[in-house]
Design a protein around this ligand. Structure first.
Ligand SMILES: Cc1ncc(COP(=O)(O)O)c(/C=C/C(=O)C(=O)O)c1O
Length: 357
């Protein structure tokens, strides 16, 4: 019996009993030579977290966080979410048999994520405000009602997500990449992955850590601004805006930890425009067969920008983490692509399209 993949690392996870698990983790690390060629790096890998059971990396944090909730005898779990956290919490809550309450920013959550939260039985509230306002509200609710808060302010979420770092090392044959590039929203994931690499180094499994590189959408980039200005802390953005609704966050709760991870690892941070990230979404899908939602493509869009700027060297071994599945946000894809070609049901009509004159 092969243990579920996150729980392969159970000796490094803070759960003693049987975990609440739906066999999360163990996602592929794809070597992407066509994409590497287009971007101009020698060795590029993509860690596709969209292939987790609920379609995003959040499952790694939720399997530990919800297991901890059960261990602590909590009766209800709750979160605010741009979508994937709520989808994952709904599913792990259902698996654990405890109610989940999720607060979503009205009109700004991709359809697939809302569908998951609803069908899996969470109490889904659509808040007349943005994610940051929803997060403040759910923190108050959890304080007042002793509900278990499972946003990434909860350290058990980060404990689960650090396994991304463990798996990358294992999948590279106990090697550490020069650089890890990933999207940053609430800034939990960059913090967690860096922690994973540091723990392997402390255990002498490896002897170094990668440069951590956080990418944000131009309209929602407090972490990038702080890195570029050298500021100790971020200046929250009150009206974050991007097509990548998963990272449409103005006041990341893990900002301090993320700034430390980027600086301590001698990494960097960069923004990309919506156009750049949609192009990267196409390149991932069409050059490598990797289908991601918009926020996830910022990692590849940012890598391209940093290679062109000479910040990332062409000789580096780079891992881009793609955090969510394409199917989460089908409307964005339909809007970004040409329509299917409508034809009569005759072989002549088909041939006219396949072999245009
Ligand atoms: C696809 C996708 N890619 C990247 C991020 C950013 O990760 P963090 O920097 O750890 O926040 C998210 C985050 C989503 C939420 O914050 C939520 O679901 O509430 C995401 O869904």
């Amino acid at each position: 019996y092969e243990p579920p993949t996150v729980w392969k690392y159970r000796d490094l996870l803070p759960i003693t009993g049987n975990p609440v698990t739906i066999y999360e983790g163990g996602t592929p690390l794809y070597r992407c030579d066509r994409l590497a060629e287009k971007i101009g790096v020698k060795e590029l890998y993509v860690k596709h977290e969209g292939l987790n059971p609920t379609g995003s990396f959040k499952d790694r944090g939720m399997t530990v966080g919800v297991s901890k909730a059960i261990e602590l005898g909590m009766k209800t779990v709750a979160c605010a979410s741009t979508g994937n956290t709520s989808a994952s919490l709904a599913i792990y809550g259902a698996k654990a048999g405890i109610p989940a309450i999720v607060l979503l920013p009205e009109g700004k959550v991709a359809m697939g994520k809302v569908a998951q939260a609803l069908m899996h039985g969470a109490k889904v509230l659509s808040i007349r405000g943005n994610f940051d306002e929803a997060l403040a509200l759910v923190r108050t609710l959890c304080d007042q009602e002793k509900f278990y808060l499972l946003n990434s302010i909860n350290p058990y979420r980060l404990e689960g997500q650090k396994t991304i770092g463990f798996e990358i090392v294992d999948q590279l044959g106990l090697k550490v990449p020069d650089r890890v590039v990933l999207p940053v929203g609430n800034a939990g994931n960059i913090t967690a992955i860096y922690k994973g690499f540091k723990e392997f180094r402390e255990l002498k499994i490896t002897d170094t850590v990668p440069k951590m590189c956080g990418i944000q959408a131009e309209g929602a980039s407090p972490i990038v601004q702080a890195i570029k200005s050298g500021a100790e802390s971020i200046i929250p953005e009150s009206n974050p805006e991007t097509i990548a609704t998963a990272i449409r966050i103005g006041d990341p709760v893990n900002a301090k930890k993320a700034l430390n991870a980027i600086r301590e690892s001698e990494g960097t941070a960069e923004t990309v425009t919506d156009e750049e990230l949609v192009q990267a979404q196409r390149d991932l899908a069409q050059l490598e067969g990797i289908g991601v939602e918009p926020a996830s493509a910022t990692s590849v869009a940012g890598l391209r920008k940093l290679v062109e700027a000479g910040v990332i060297g062409s000789e580096e071994t780079v891992v881009c983490v793609t955090t969510g599945h394409l199917l989460k946000d089908p409307q964005e894809v339909i809007d970004a692509c040409d329509r299917p070609i409508l034809v009569d049901a005759t072989i002549e009509a088909i041939r006219d399209v396949v072999f245009p004159k």
